[in-house]
Design a protein around this ligand. Structure first.
Ligand code: CS2
Length: 498
């Protein structure tokens, strides 16, 4: 039996040699970065890059203070505090080998729902240079039907009435920027790390819409002074399982209540548009570029869209993980065909990237048998993902009269998934989506109206008005409801009817 060491600052020196750990002086760091949304992805990505930077540069200005805005963030707050904000990153290679590394860049954590003034003050402190965000695709409060900021959101209404006790990220950003301006401080950079095309521009537009209503003078200052770099972020980070916690303890001797697992691959391409100082992340593998758009479009429409394609088709077929889908030749071929015939033709060339190699690398990454990325995670909040990952490709193909059938079948599968909530053999699927009941109600009307699901404007906009796409989709839903066997339809699209 291996000796077991509780992860905390005091015990760092006692960890087994196989576990890499920070050697820099964490007690001397200031939090130049405040990060809102400390989920697995932040911990495998920005916090990892920053840890490497602190390890190699001797800089003391770039510690991270994590922030959670919701009650549900209480758990991560508690775990991180009890471990002196340390956690283990478990990197799983396809050959089964594992690297473990304790990340030290997070040095504090605050809960906005318990202490809004404290969080605002921290964001407004002179040492804060960047507020970064992973608030998920659905967190931007963007109404896809109108393209505008959603003022109907009750928390937004609350924030407009109580600017010093905000609940939403926009309320917090506005309050902190207002304070900095009053204190004569430069603004921080606002850095989105979410999977949204032009994520910086999106953040800017949403924050400006909010502040134009809340405080028009402040909006002008934000417009003139605040940097919102767009970025492409990438590292597959599955949900941590109890088995991950147990294996870390048994195989490596580290007791860590909430480690993070991820793949070896990691990428971060950022526009160099910061309002103030920034970390030299380029020294640890990030790329700074003039224009990130082609990179983000490529990633969203191949990787994230590819995930959703496998996630929805795979779920109703009865697969449970991404690597299981890739191990099934029908699914791998389908994904390749979607990427080649529908996604690639509407992508701009990306400097320095060979698209064929990029797609092959995605198949390889998805196939990593150690990752076991669950389809439940991939399908989580599909209503926020599909409009960003798949619908733009469909629209562009409609415009250029290209193929849309591979995507249409995914939407038909999503309808079935939302309606039945089971795979084809009746096993219950775990569906988590802010629009779950609305989507279920629409999907359940399919038998009466084949286009009922496609008519949900908040997701599909006016897609249903395109007659030929609507007919293609209707035919697929019809067939799926008649023969609930998605593999049969995938086969027919790929190889024709027998
Ligand atoms: C996934 C992403 O949430 C999803 O649907 O596609 O979380 C994906 O794993 C990451 O963006 C990888 O960088």
């Amino acid at each position: 039996m291996k000796a077991k060491t509780q992860l905390n600052q005091r015990n760092l020196a006692n960890l087994p040699d196989s576990v890499k750990r920070p050697t820099y002086d964490r007690s001397g760091l200031t939090a130049g970065i405040i990060h809102i949304g400390v989920g697995g992805f932040h911990r495998s990505h920005e916090a990892y890059y920053t840890d490497e930077l602190l390890e190699t540069s001797g800089s003391t200005a770039w510690g991270i203070c994590g922030v959670g805005l919701r009650e549900a963030d209480g758990k991560i707050a508690e775990v991180l505090k009890s471990q002196d904000y340390l956690y283990t990153l478990i990197v799983k290679h396809p050959d089964g080998s594992i690297e473990t590394r304790v990340i030290g860049s997070i040095i504090d954590f605050m809960l906005g729902c318990n202490d809004p003034e404290g969080v605002i003050d921290r964001m407004a402190a002179p040492t804060t240079k960047i507020v970064s965000l992973t608030i998920t695709e659905g967190g931007y409060n963007f109404d896809p039907a109108t393209g505008l900021f959603d003022f109907k959101n009750l928390d937004v209404k609350h924030d407009l009435k109580h600017p010093d006790q905000p609940k939403t990220v926009f309320g917090f950003l506005a309050a902190a920027l207002r304070k900095r301006r009053a204190d004569g401080l430069p603004p921080f950079t606002i850095q989105s790390c979410d999977n949204i095309e032009h994520n910086g521009d999106m953040t800017r537009n949403m924050l400006l819409a909010f502040t134009q209503k809340a405080d028009p003078d402040l909006a002008t200052w934000i417009e003139d002074e605040v940097g919102f770099p767009n970025a492409m972020v990438d590292r597959i980070t599955p949900v941590t399982t109890p088995l991950d916690v147990k294996s870390l303890e048994e195989d490596f001797g580290v007791k860590d209540e909430w480690p993070v697992t991820c793949e070896p691959f990691c990428q971060w391409v950022i526009e160099d548009k910061f309002s103030d100082e920034r970390p030299q992340w380029e020294t640890v593998g990030a790329q700074f570029v003039e224009n990130v758009t082609p990179y983000e479009t490529m990633k969203l429409r191949l990787l994230n869209a590819g995930h959703s394609v496998l996630g929805l088709l795979g779920s109703i077929h009865g697969h449970t993980t991404i690597n299981e889908c890739i191990a099934d030749p029908l699914f791998e071929t389908y994904l390749r065909r979607f990427m080649d015939v529908e996604a690639s033709p509407v992508l701009d060339p990306v400097e320095g990237i060979d698209l064929e190699k990029y797609k092959a690398s995605l198949i390889e990454r998805f196939g990593n048998p150690a990752i076991k990325d669950s389809l439940a995670r991939i399908c989580l909040e599909s209503s926020a993902k599909i409009p960003k990952f798949i619908i733009p490709t469909v629209r562009e193909n409609i415009a250029r009269k290209g193929s849309t059938e591979f995507a249409a079948l995914v939407l038909a599968a999503w309808c079935y998934y939302s309606d039945k909530g089971t795979d084809k053999d009746g096993h219950k699927l775990e569906i988590v989506d802010a629009m779950k009941s609305e989507l279920h109600l629409a999907a359940a009307r399919t038998v009466k109206d084949k286009l009922a699901f496609l008519k949900v404007r908040a997701v599909f906009g006016d897609l249903v008005e395109n007659k030929s796409f609507a007919a293609e989709y209707a035919g697929m839903v019809d067939e799926l409801y008649t023969y609930p066997d998605i593999a049969r339809q995938m086969q027919a699209l790929l190889f024709g009817r027998e």
